[in-house]
Write a protein that binds this ligand. Structure first.
Ligand code: GDP
Length: 200
């Protein structure tokens, strides 16, 4: 599961504008500040990739990156901007939902969850929506290197709590991986996981 090359392909505003070449793809999704850019950097070891997605005007688009000339890593707009207007929030959901429901080549959504904080309603809402629509999810817990904060719980406890709540709603257990972009934990496991799903 090595990454030999990554190239930016295009930014799309709608599902129907996405590349049409039938290559398998993984969408990366999460609350803003969850550590998405850091994880993409750690995965592909190419800073310019995540920077491309952070360019003004691109953060609200579907950004396709071609990996090893064979599959796509897709950077989706983050959700949960505290300051976003209600209209902007609705906008996010309708256009991203369109992508999830219409993208036949989507292998799985890598749903990034910050393991350094307790379960967040917005993340559970997102996971529940994906689960309800039978979209395959892999929970990718980020910031697992963070030590217990004052009065807070450890990452493994937050992860257990999150999964417990999710499991109460769905009897399914999506695969999950603990990662840290600081220590590199989980990188190889995540790459291997994606290669297994692609060849499934
Ligand atoms: P994005 O908004 O989801 O793209 O998040 P960023 O990748 O920009 O990260 C948000 C903040 O979290 C930054 O201050 C990062 O340094 C920090 N961060 C990201 N990943 C990790 C991690 O694995 N461990 C720790 N300790 N901090 C992280």
């Amino acid at each position: 599961a090595r990454i030999k090359g990554v190239e930016f392909v295009k930014s799309s505003g709608r599902a129907r504008d996405c590349p049409k070449d039938d290559r398998p793809e993984f969408a990366i999704l999460g609350r803003s500040n969850v550590g998405k850019s850091s994880l993409i950097n750690a995965l592909v070891r190419k800073k310019e990739i995540a920077l491309t997605s952070k360019k003004p005007g691109k953060t609200q688009l579907i950004n396709h990156f071609l990996v090893n000339k064979s599959w796509y890593l897709v950077d989706l707009p983050g959700y949960g901007f505290a300051k976003a207007s209600e209209a902007a929030k609705m906008d996010w959901s309708s256009f991203t939902k369109g992508y999830f429901l219409n993208r036949d080549t989507l292998v799985a959504v890598l749903l990034l969850i910050d393991a350094s904080v307790p379960p967040q309603k917005i993340d559970l809402d997102c996971a529940n929506w994906l689960g309800r629509n039978n979209i395959p999810i892999t929970f990718v817990f980020t910031k697992c290197d963070k030590m217990k904060v004052a009065k807070g719980k450890r990452p493994d406890e937050n992860i257990r709590d999150f999964q417990e709540i999710f499991r109460q709603n769905y009897k399914i257990h999506p695969p999950w991986i603990m990662t840290s972009s600081v220590t590199g934990t989980g990188r190889d496991e995540l790459l291997l996981h994606m290669s297994q799903l692609r060849n499934y």
